[in-house]
Structures are given as structure tokens and as C-alpha cells.
Design a protein. Structure first.
Lengths: 423, 468
């Protein structure tokens, strides 16, 4: 035992509390963000030993350079139609988000979350995966549904919780769920989708199936045990899964430093688990596509999981309930040095001679009309303040596979009460 | 058709806000996406955007007006081809215009406007003014109108001033002042040594907090909601609650786990559950679930001082509700004492947390029909004040338990067992329980309403046990 006398000359212990570079009223400064040149990172073969690519988590895979040219070994060499489709899907996410955000401000729904500036994360991944691969998203990957042609009206009806809501009025707005499109029910409790994705992938392997799984988690939620449990299992059993960390640098008001982002990269978590980790410019749709494809090919070839950090920036608030001006400088997103994913892909297509300003404007107009029409259509089935859309009877369904006797009783009681009230 | 612009609900729990600034004036053309006004709530300032195109025909609520209820018509937009000058304000609910230098409440007509966000939560909280005098507070004590949110903050601040070992940790508690603004001002006063934003891992910071408590500090761990504490429940139950016992009394764990519990407004199944019965079943834990602001303050101070781990269950819907709080230097209440929230002789309504308000409303209705209900607010769920419950039962001989939570293995079940075992001779009727439906809480407003406890159900149950 040390006596208190001996301790006297030792320094008092203290802790470090991470602070972001700038708070409201200060000038945001991204000059410290290291951005390697596009095309400068080597692309290893998919059967590379994870131990041989331990440098990849500390750099940044980029394909589109400042002039919008696709350069380097990670260039996925996509045809113009695919590029245009990706552009269309990202633009659609943006137009849809805008519309629904405003609908919330008008009281048509209680809640909404946009993905402005992060559209490439979901859209490019959706194009790199097979259509029947299973996705375990968080709440900012609506681009997966849009890229997989899920009808806008279905999405809106869910957001409005109206008579057309496939989830029967049971779930928060934007927490979509569609088995057919391989889109797992979004959970309001963070991180749970990560081990579930690994479990699904392991199940796929146990069954001898060929489908793989992909999961997304935010930088903040990597602090959760679920993240670490999932990566442990995925590594140990070489689960066929693509594990994405969307590092948009803000978890509501907590900047990524609170989740350990000051100390190392999120991709570098992979090193400790002995699996490949890729750090990717999340605002570069081609880089996201290429990295996802590389990871998916590994998974399909029984080479195991890959952890991909998508380095991006949450341009807007966390949700309609958040006001970021309380904790970070206003307009910080506009200064993000990796730019806007939509504009970058547009510039690339124009550079290829496959797109022009006029067609871009036409596209935006057309998407605007599509979204407007879908909104009109879905609002016919009701919005937040409107008529009750779900029958009280339906409340007791799906608690169990079959309605048990006690819920049957409760349902009859509830209906009798509703009937009595009507009289 | 002119379009009514209504005060928007910027978050699911927003009931009213300040119309801080108009960015348009009458006669302005607006198109979809234009910012019309800035609106402030206790949480944030938000821009209010136009969805439709048209001309601002009338501005009905002046900038600078406080307390504008959600759903109040604040302006009218004339649609395409419509003469803006001919647009009439909706007659029935036109609110009184207030000049910006007079920060007064909006007139009563506006208050009648239906809130835009429909939710079963309104049946739990309206009317907000119910309060019963606390028999323990001497008559003549000065009272200060305080929200539950402020009372909780005051309790923490007072205990932090008094004891340097007390600190707060959790998600968003420092810079953001708490996801529900309960820790407002604490970072400024106590600094980042004692008000700590944590990584997003309830399991992590519940364990860290338990360790710090065992190391001699007095942590207050805030869960953004108790739904997220499901992750942390291993530390709460297997570590915090049992370490003192397992270490032969050597390792105490004086920690407070606090945060909102129970249903909130329109947040769906994963975010709307009452864990009171879960924690109350665990030896080694103290479980508190207050209703009034005074109880929130007095009991949170007691919880922080406790040498045992405390699960302190708040309610998001109650945060904004105001009650009288005695203005005394050190308002600490005893843990484990129920409170008679209303005296009566015909039937006892036992409840806790937000259910107390529903029970009080039911008691008012019953009183109009000649049934005088006594309302017992349990305040502490473990240890349970069975003495007060049984005493009330001996007086009224009839009992209904009102619980915003599921029926099975509930606090209601426990109260009924106590009544059966220890109050059997006093019972003139079986004890009944009024609880939520036995389903995960749905999101849709009508289903949410149908699933949650209702005043009328309590009235019906009380009549049943009094055979009326």
C-alpha cells in the first residue's frame, strides 16, 4: 500500500474531454482534415490477407478528383447509364427529403430525418450490392429503398402513418421496413442492426444460400457494445457481411471525438479484429461504389467481412427535433472540403460528355413533379392531423403470430367500448 | 381556397412556442421552401417554411408572441387566382394579435384551437393544473411555480453545490443541456469535470458510473430515455444492485440512474414503455417515480444522497408541467413514503408517476357523481409504502390501481397482492386495475389513445368496485 505521504509529489490525475474545433459563433476550420489525392490509394486483390493492408484504414479512398475525373485503381468504370441512374437516385433522395421535411414543418407528420450530403452512402452502396442482398440500415439510408425502386407513395404513407401505411400505424415516421426489398425494420434503439446483420449473414451461410448482408451504423453508435460484438462474430466466423460505419461526424450534438474519432479512424477498428478496414470518401459516389463492391465480392467469395468507414458530413440537423446552431457553427456543412456528392457525380457525367446542365435541370424538375404527385396521392390517404387511419381492432394483431385468448378478450372489450361511445 | 398556416409542432412533444419573427409580410408572394417565420420552443429555434405557393393574405399572430399553441392559425395564404385582400381569417379561432413588445399569452380562442399533433398523450396530461397540497409542508410556506424539468435540474444543481463528489454523465447532458433540457445550465455552472457528455453506449456509461460510485463518487447517470437503458440493465441489476451484497457490505454503489420512462407522445413501441415494475422487482435497488415537481425535487435530492443505487423514473410528458414547489432551503423528502394526493372516503385510487394525474381527473369526475375517491401517489415503487395503501383501503374498503404500463406482473399486480394478503378483511370488492392494453404501444394517434389508460376507464372501474 502507498501511504499518502509518498503520494504527495505525484501529479493530480485529470481527464481529457474532447471538444470539436469550432462552436457556434466561431469560424469552422476544416484545414486539418487530411485529404489524400484521388486515385492515390492502391486497390488490393480481394483475397489479400487483412494483415497486409493495415494502411488502408488510415488513408482515404477517393476516385473523383477535383475536376470530376475518375482516377486511380478504385475507379469502378461504370457505364454512363448506371452513373445517370445513381445521379437520379441521389437527386430523388434529396428532393424527397426536402419535401417531407417541409411536410413535417407543416404538421403533416410528427418527425422526419434528412440525409442531405450523405446521399451517396446509401445510393452507391445499393448499386454495388445485388438487389436481393439484405440491408440492415440506420435511419439515414432511405436511399437504399429509392435505389431499389420502392414506391415513393409507400414511403410517404409510412411517414404520414395514414390508411396506406404498410406498417399499420405501429412505427415512427421514416422507420421503414420492407422484406421484399431486403430492407430490415429500422430500430429506434441504436446499434441493434449490426449484430443482427451478422447473424443474418451467418444464417445465410449456414443455409448454403448465396445472399450476403450489409449493415450501416453511425460514428456515434460504434461506441455501443453491439458494434464490437458484431465485428467480433463477423471476424471469427468470416460472416458474409459488409459492415459500414457512416462517419458523418455528428451524433445529434456529440461530435465524433466523443466516440473516439480524435484517437484513430473508425475504419481502424477493423485492425484490432483482424478484418480489412477501408476508409472511403463518403461524398464520392464512385469510391463508395468501388469499396462496397470490393467488400461484397470478398463476402461472396467466403473471404469474410469488411469494415468500411464512409467519411462524410451531416449537413443538416439530426432530425426535425434538432437545432444544430446550438452546438456547431452555422453553415458548417457548406464548407465541408469533400463537397456535395450529387454535384460531384453531376460534374463527372458532364466531363464524360454524358450529361449537361439542361438535362440536369430537367431531371430535377421531373423528380420534383414525381414527388409532388406521389405526395398528392399519398395525402389522399391521410396525414398526421387527419382522420384515424387504423382500426382499433388492428392494434391487437401481430403482437403474436396468432391472436391469443387474452388479447382476443381485450380486443372485444375495446370494440365494445368504441361502440358504446358511438351511441 | 385560402390556405391556413398553422403553428407547427416542431417536435412530437411541443405544445406551444414563441413566434419570434416573421420573415414575410402581408402581400408577399411565397413559394414552396420559402422561410416564413422563426419559431422558438424551449428546445430550439426553427425556421418555418412554406409548402404551398401563394400570397400572404393575413398575418394573424404578431411576431414576439409567446405561448402560441400548436395548431393555432398564424397566417392565411391566398392560393392561385385568389384575391389576397378578400381572404378572411377563420372566424371561430382567430387569435388576438399581440404587439411584439407585450409578451403576453395568446387569447383564449387560440387555446381552444385543436393541437395539431394528435396523441394519446394529451389524455394523460390535460388538465395540467391538478395539484394536491402536500401534508408534510407547513402551511404558509412560500410556493414557487416550477416545472418538473426545472425541479429536477434544481435538485441536481443543489446537490452538486453541496457535494463535490456528485457529477452527471450521459448522452447530450453537457453541451446540448440534455436531450430534454433537464440538465440546462449545469455545464456552465459546474464545468466539464462534473457534467460529462458520454459516448453512445448506455451499457458503457452505466458500468463506468457504477465503477465511479464504487470508487467513492456519487454519479447521476442520465439515460436519454429508459428505453435505451435496456442495454444497461445488466450493470444496473447485476452490478449496481448486488455488489454491496456480494462484497459482504464492502463495496457500496451510491448511484442514481435517471431519465424519462413510460409512454411519450407519438414515439412508438420501442420508445414508450414503463419499466417501473421491472426495476421494482430487484432487491438492492431503490425505485422512485414521482408525479409532482415538488416530489421530483425532494426525492431526487434524497436519491442523490442515498448510499444505495436508485433508479429514478421521470416522465417526458411531465417535464413541462408546472406545480408549486415549497421555497425552503433544503427540500428533501423521505424515500419510501406515499402521499395522499386527494382525500376521499368511498374508493382508493392508487397510482404513481403520470398515472396520478389520470387518477386525480377521475376523482374529480367521480366526485361530480357523488363518489369521493382518495388518491394515493406511491412516489416510491421500492420500497413500497404498503402502510399508507392499506390505511387508505381500511378507510374506503375499495381499491383501483391506475398504472400507465402493461397489466401483467405490474405494480398493480403487486398492490393487489398486498391488498389480498394484508387487507383482505377490509375489502368490500375485488381490487381492479386500469392499465394500458397488453400490446406494444402503436404510433398512430387513435391506436395510441386506445392503448393508453383513460380517465373514463378509471371512472368505470371505481363505479364497479363501489357497485354504482
Amino acid at each position: 500500500m502507498t501511504s499518502s505521504n509518498e503520494r504527495r509529489n505525484r501529479p493530480a490525475l485529470s481527464l481529457h474531454v474532447p471538444e470539436p474545433d469550432a462552436r457556434p459563433g466561431e469560424e469552422v476550420d476544416f484545414s486539418g482534415v487530411a485529404i489524400p489525392a484521388a486515385g492515390s490509394v492502391a486497390r488490393p486483390d480481394i483475397n489479400v490477407a487483412p494483415a497486409d493492408i493495415r494502411d488502408l484504414p488510415y488513408t482515404l479512398i477517393r476516385v473523383l478528383d477535383d475536376d470530376g475525373k475518375a482516377v486511380g485503381p478504385w475507379d469502378p468504370r461504370l457505364d454512363a447509364d448506371t452513373l445517370r441512374r445513381m445521379l437520379r437516385d441521389m437527386a430523388m433522395v434529396r428532393v424527397y427529403d426536402e419535401r417531407m421535411f417541409r411536410a413535417q414543418r407543416q404538421g403533416k407528420t410528427s418527425f422526419y430525418m434528412k440525409s442531405l450530403g450523405e446521399e451517396a452512402v446509401a445510393v452507391a452502396a445499393a448499386h454495388a450490392l445485388d438487389r436481393d442482398d439484405m440491408c440492415f440500415p440506420t435511419y439515414r439510408q432511405q436511399g437504399l429503398l429509392i435505389a431499389r425502386d420502392y414506391p415513393l407513395t409507400e414511403m410517404m404513407c409510412q411517414v404520414y402513418s395514414n390508411a396506406g401505411d404498410k406498417l399499420k400505424g405501429r412505427q415512427l415516421p421514416i422507420m421503414y421496413s420492407d422484406r421484399e426489398k431486403g430492407f430490415f425494420t429500422i430500430s429506434g434503439n441504436l446499434g441493434t442492426q449490426y449484430p443482427q446483420a451478422v447473424g443474418w449473414a451467418m444464417g445465410s451461410a449456414i443455409k448454403g444460400d448465396s445472399r450476403i448482408a450489409a449493415a450501416w451504423i453511425g460514428d456515434g453508435a460504434t461506441a455501443e457494445g453491439d458494434f464490437h460484438n458484431a465485428v467480433t462474430f463477423a471476424g471469427v466466423y468470416r460472416a458474409p457481411v459488409v459492415l459500414n460505419v457512416v462517419n458523418n461526424q455528428w451524433a445529434i450534438s456529440s461530435f465524433s471525438g466523443i466516440a473516439g474519432g480524435e484517437l484513430t479512424t473508425f475504419a481502424a477498428r477493423a485492425v484490432g479484429y483482424g478484418i480489412p478496414g477501408l476508409r472511403v470518401d463518403g461524398n464520392d459516389p464512385l469510391a463508395v461504389y468501388a469499396a462496397t463492391r470490393w467488400a461484397a465480392d470478398r463476402a461472396r467469395s467466403n473471404l469474410g467481412p469488411t469494415l468500411i468507414e464512409l467519411f462524410t458530413y451531416r449537413v443538416e440537423g439530426h432530425s426535425t427535433s434538432d437545432d444544430p446552431s446550438a452546438y456547431r457553427p452555422q453553415g458548417a456543412g457548406a464548407k465541408w472540403p469533400l463537397g456535395d456528392p450529387l454535384m460531384r457525380l453531376k460534374a463527372h457525367l458532364i466531363g464524360l460528355g454524358e450529361w449537361d446542365e439542361e438535362r440536369h435541370q430537367q431531371l430535377l424538375d421531373q423528380l420534383g413533379e414525381e414527388v409532388k404527385a406521389a405526395q398528392k396521392e399519398s395525402e389522399k390517404l391521410g396525414t398526421l392531423g387527419g382522420e384515424a387511419a387504423q382500426s382499433v381492432e388492428s392494434m391487437f394483431d401481430d403482437v403474436f403470430a396468432e391472436l391469443p385468448w387474452h388479447l382476443q378478450e381485450q380486443r372485444e372489450q375495446a370494440l365494445a367500448e368504441a361502440e358504446a361511445k358511438r351511441k | 381556397m385560402a390556405i391556413e398556416l398553422k403553428m407547427p409542432a416542431l417536435s412530437p412533444t411541443m405544445e406551444e412556442g414563441t413566434l419570434a419573427k416573421w420573415l414575410v409580410k402581408e402581400g408577399d408572394e411565397v413559394k414552396s421552401g420559402d422561410i416564413l417565420a422563426e419559431i422558438e420552443t424551449d428546445k430550439a429555434t426553427m425556421e418555418f417554411e412554406a409548402v404551398d405557393e401563394g400570397t400572404i393574405a393575413k398575418i394573424l399572430v404578431a411576431e414576439g408572441t409567446d405561448g402560441v399553441k400548436v395548431g393555432t392559425v398564424i397566417a392565411m395564404i391566398a392560393g392561385e387566382g385568389e384575391d389576397a385582400s378578400s381572404v378572411q381569417a377563420p372566424a371561430a379561432k382567430a387569435p388576438v394579435e399581440q404587439p411584439s413588445d407585450q409578451k403576453t399569452e395568446v387569447g383564449s380562442e387560440a387555446e381552444q384551437a385543436k393541437p395539431q399533433l394528435e396523441t394519446g398523450a394529451t389524455q394523460l396530461t390535460a388538465p395540467a393544473s391538478r395539484q394536491a397540497a402536500d401534508p408534510d409542508v407547513p402551511e404558509g410556506t412560500e410556493m414557487v411555480r416550477t416545472t418538473v424539468r426545472e425541479a429536477l435540474r434544481d435538485a441536481m444543481a443543489e446537490e452538486m453545490r453541496a457535494d463535490d463528489r456528485v457529477f452527471v454523465m450521459g448522452e447530450e447532458v453537457a453541451q446540448y443541456q440534455g436531450a430534454y433540457k433537464v440538465t440546462q445550465g449545469l455545464l456552465d455552472e459546474f464545468g466539464d469535470r462534473r457534467v460529462i457528455d458520454t459516448p453512445i453506449t448506455e451499457y458503457g456509461f452505466a458500468g463506468i458510473g457504477s465503477g465511479a460510485a464504487m470508487g467513492g463518487l456519487k454519479p447521476i447517470v442520465e439515460f436519454m430515455t429508459f428505453n435505451f437503458a435496456m442495454q444497461a440493465i445488466d450493470h444496473i441489476i447485476n452490478s449496481a444492485a448486488k455488489t454491496n451484497y456480494m462484497s459482504g457490505g464492502q463495496m457500496r454503489c451510491p448511484i442514481v440512474f435517471r431519465g424519462p420512462n413510460g409512454a411519450a407522445a407519438r414515439v412508438g413501441a420501442q420508445h414508450s414503455q414503463n419499466f417501473g415494475p421491472w426495476y421494482a422487482s430487484v432487491p438492492g435497488l431503490i425505485v422512485i417515480a414521482p408525479y409532482t415537481a415538488a416530489d421530483a425535487k425532494g426525492l431526487l435530492k434524497a436519491a442523490i444522497r442515498s448510499e444505495d443505487p436508485v433508479v429514478f423514473l421521470e416522465n417526458e410528458l411531465m417535464y413541462g408541467q408546472s406545480f408549486d414547489v415549497p421555497k425552503v432551503d433544503d427540500y428533501v423528502l423521505p424515500i419510501g413514503k406515499a402521499r395522499i394526493a386527494r382525500e376521499g372516503k368511498d374508493v382508493t385510487l392508487v397510482s404513481y408517476s403520470i398515472g396520478v394525474g389520470v387518477a386525480l381527473d377521475a376523482a374529480e369526475k367521480l366526485s361530480a357523481e357523488g363518489i369521493e375517491a382518495e388518491v394515493v401517489d406511491l412516489r416510491t415503487l421500492r420500497p413500497l409504502d404498503t402502510e399508507t395503501v392499506l390505511k387508505s383501503l381500511a378507510k374506503t374498503n375499495r381499491m383501483v390501481v391506475v398504472e400507465e404500463g402493461w397489466p401483467v406482473c405490474s405494480i398493480a399486480s403487486e398492490i393487489m397482492a398486498v391488498a389480498m394478503e394484508q387487507g383482505f378483511d377490509d375489502l368490500d370488492a375485488p381490487v381492479l386495475r386500469v392499465t394500458n392494453e397488453d400490446v406494444p404501444l402503436p404510433y398512430a394517434a387513435n391506436l395510441e389513445k386506445a392503448a393508453l389508460i383513460k380517465v373514463d376507464d378509471v371512472v368505470a372501474a371505481a363505479k364497479k368496485v363501489t357497485y354504482r
